[in-house]
Design a protein. Structure first.
Length: 318
């Protein structure tokens, strides 16, 4: 098979033997793989990962011990837990200290013709969800995680900082729970996708900061400046939900968090079943977020486009 390999410095297409599923795993033929901001961060050194990158995918099961899975179109959760430790026993496998993470840590990922994942990580795609929609299940689940972590009360003012792929998905989820929602970003075209759904937006250069004006601030810019802005805008005893991951070490004084009794919530992977339900009910349809679909052989063009500021979801087709 062919796969897109990162050696710590450069991306290149490599030819590999077809992966052999380990015990309890399935062999999956990739149909589509999405390029995520985390993939871009990996190219800058995030997690020190070397291997086949990518973790957003939809594919067709080729081999599995569960014969009912053969031929089914599936997506997969990215955390591969040991299944034996204290965290796994409490249903917190995504925090297993011995986990590998698909396409991110110690496990080859999805930008390849074939991949393997544990059967327990797989979710069958209902027939009324298209394969292109299914590419969004993993990031949409990450957006849904916020609702699992924080109760949004009716009186809360909520702000999303960032108009990238994840920021737009977060806004589309949160508007189902509160109308007191605002999104700020740098790109009018991206924000227009939210305006069309009745979500209040504002361009960053038009936004007049009012310190301590939001009960909940979701930081989804991928930039340290986003964190600094979130800190200025959150109310005392408010919540900052941190969706960004930053390459390298950052210096900051946490004293103000203590003084204002601010709760910082790290938020990562989320519930696939909730994401699939929202797609199944057509409550959220992310197809307008697709910038372009490239054949795999044009991977270099795809990654270049994915890194342009005006781009949203760029997808590779196999």
């Amino acid at each position: 098979m062919l796969g897109l390999y990162f050696d710590g410095k450069e991306l290149s297409v490599v030819e590999r033997a077809l992966p052999k599923p380990a015990k309890g795993e399935a062999l999956i033929k990739t149909i589509y793989a999405g390029i995520c901001n985390t993939d871009i961060e990996i190219l800058k050194g995030y997690m020190g990962f070397k291997g086949i990158i990518g973790h957003e995918f939809v594919g067709k099961v080729q081999e599995a011990n569960d014969l009912n899975l053969i031929g089914k179109h599936v997506v997969g959760e990215i955390n591969i837990a040991c299944g034996k430790c204290e965290f796994c026993m409490q249903g917190l496998g995504k925090h297993c200290p011995d986990r590998s993470v698909f396409g991110i840590q110690d496990k080859d990922g999805a930008i390849a013709e074939y991949l393997t994942l544990p059967i327990q990580n797989l979710h069958v795609i209902p027939t009324d969800i298209s394969d292109l929609q299914a590419v969004f299940v993993e990031p949409l689940a990450a957006a849904c995680e916020i609702i699992e972590q924080i109760q949004i009360l009716p009186e809360y003012n909520v702000l999303v900082i960032g108009d990238g792929k994840l920021g737009l998905l977060i806004a589309r989820v949160l508007i189902l729970y509160t109308k007191n929602l605002q999104v700020i970003g740098k790109h009018e075209r991206k924000l227009d996708l939210l305006k069309n759904q009745g979500i209040s937006t504002m361009l960053l250069h038009d936004f007049k900061e009012d310190r301590h004006s939001f009960h909940i601030v979701i930081e989804a810019t991928g930039s340290w400046k986003g964190w600094e802005m979130a800190r200025r805008l959150v109310r005392p005893r408010g919540f900052i939900v941190l969706k960004s991951t930053y390459v390298g070490n950052k210096l900051f004084n946490p004293a103000s968090l203590v003084i204002d009794e601010v709760t910082v919530v790290g938020s990562r992977c989320g519930p696939f079943k909730t994401a699939l339900y929202l797609l199944h009910k057509n409550t959220i349809n992310p197809l307008d977020m697709i910038t372009k679909v490239f054949p795999f052989k044009q991977w270099n063009n795809a990654f270049q486009l994915a890194q342009e500021s005006e781009s949203l979801k760029v997808i590779l087709e196999f």
